[in-house]
Design a protein around this ligand. Sequence first.
Ligand code: ADP
Length: 325
Amino acid sequence: MLQRDERVDIQTSVKVEQDEIIVARGLRKSYKDFEAVKGIDFTVHRQECFGILGPNGAGKSTTIKMLHCFSPLTAGRLVVLGHSVTGDIRRIKAQLGVVSQDDNLDSDLNVIQNLLVYARYFGINRAEAHRRAEEALELFHLTEKRHHQIEELSGGMKRRLVIARALINKPRLIILDEPTTGLDPAARQLVWQKLRYLRDSGVTLVLTTHYMEEAAQLCDRLVIMNEGRILAEGIPTELVRQLVGYEVIELRIKPEESQMTLKLIEGRPISHEIAGDTLYLFGQEPSAFHTLQLPEVNYRLQRRASLEDLFIKLTGRGLNESQNE
Ligand code: ADP
């Protein structure tokens, strides 16, 4: 029996709770005979920043394209903002902002015209469109550039303008594909700050990234995706603590030295992974490495466990060492 605050989307028979902005069940996508997304399930809740973290080729963009109704599903059920993506997608698109990977701005128009033309697609009247455009430009520190041509903007400015444009219809949900790829660290920080501001003002965000730091900085919850599958889901710090531990030691050593080192950690709360030329030791308790005497090596780094380690633990390779690269 349905509980209060639950309803069933008739077209898809997916049970959707009131605070669920996206419900994906058994989602699949094939390109001819290649299956890029292999049956994934996840739920995004209102006002959270939800991340899809994974290396290039993991299936992140393919998933995102299904979420914003750009690419049809091969199989599964997907409800976005209370409506099935196989139903009347205008009702989804009216409440949705999309920031795709390429800065698909119109270079024949200047900065503010790009926003005003976009507002027209949503049937927003001229006066209101101007008000919203100025507001979005101010939020993204672009007011002084309002009459500039697109080619006069830096990469960071273009990215901010694409995000500003996605705000024009006052969306409840914004979907961003690799929002800071190609930006320098300062430009990236500014985008992160603005995305956090949007989340705190009540917008739900879904983003893909292959930057571990981006996921750690922004995401309240995330899934780790690899080769079309979800390997883990949860709150970043909790996932790291549960699946990796507290501290990590990285050692660059020869295979024969690895065997010796592994003997030294026997019986201790330490797990390990070998990825490429590096042996990773994961301390599962705060003092796991206390009194451990490791051999002298050329490269040794001891640090706090991170999402990158989680990925190494799950797949045996680093986030940015994709097989597709
Ligand atoms: P990610 O965003 O994680 O880098 P994608 O979703 O872009 O991954 O791609 C997942 C896999 O699907 C890759 O192997 C990619 O080559 C393949 N792929 C993506 N788009 C297409 C397409 N239009 N036709 C054929 N294969 C595709």
